[in-house]
Design a protein around this ligand. Sequence first.
Ligand code: PMP
Length: 367
Amino acid sequence: MTPPTPSSSPSESLRLGRATIRDVVPYPTERLPCTADLSDNTNLFGAPPAALRELTTAGRDEITRYPGLHARSLREALAGYAGVRSDQVVSGCGSDDVIDSAVRAFAEPGERLAYSDPTFSMIPVFAKVNGLVPTPVRFAASGDIDPEALLATDARIIYICSPNNPTGSLAARRSVDRVIERAPGIVIIDEAYGEFTDSGRVGEAPEHDRVLVTRTLSKAFGMAGFRIGYGTGAASLVHEIEKVRGPYKENAPAERAAACALREDVAWMRDLAAKAVQNRERFAGALRAHGLDVLPSAANFLLVPIANAALVAQRMRERGIAVRPYPGLPGIGDALRITIGPWALMELALDALLGARASVVTTQPGR
Ligand code: PMP
């Protein structure tokens, strides 16, 4: 067989790629300059002070040498924050890495990964790149997850995102309990936005033998650039994920700075998460006052159903504001997801949205 050359055409590389990933679209990475980026749900209030301080003290060894094999100091700090033992924590290059590794650790190619649709857009991708069958089911009419529909898939992995990206909805505790009780395989509960609610199971995951709760330092903690996420679960579960994930997934300066922030900046984070929640409700009120539809949210973003969302987002972008458009979400239609930050940014976002709406047809059929 002739090895691929750098001049291989896209169709040749398509032929060489695994059949199961042919229709996987790479995550959009384009980041055009803008006045305010409200597109990725990061902490728009700033970075944790202890992390900033620690970063300036990185020594030569931290750059020339490999980091610790199992990120011990980070795991201890994460365990202290989450209220579990350090052997009940697995960290990774973002919670993306933890979820992806868990998918590989607990399901064979050909098995199903079930989730309520719409949810975090990487989930069907993680299923496909690991040879699993993405199996979406509808949310219940109430907006809650539908435990029976998830269980009826007989999926090896059931993924529940709560608060859910992009809708912002919380899964009812009773419904999640039902899934945990009956699931034939593992249940992944993604709490990337858990800091914006009072609920959450990050501390109790190890009580079950089949539950992995994932969280991240990318959102409320304001450290997306460090790429640190983690999961909590029974030590035996964590061990399986670590085998698959492999070593050296966190870089040394980020690990040290993040561990400091977890010890010293929790009050800072909680204060800003509370501000985001306050601004979210105020922004939702302002949108509704202008006749826009807004879904109730338990996270640091709002989903705004609006026709022609891609065009509205483009017009907002021309006004310097980046938001995330979603075309044709199941049960919702076109919508914009808008990250909540300091009020001054939300005022800019409102102006841009109203200006964009005035220039585009935004009536949704059937809503
Ligand atoms: N889960 C959800 C629900 C998310 O929205 C995101 C980021 N968009 C992630 C996981 C991954 O975050 P990270 O890899 O930065 O931890």
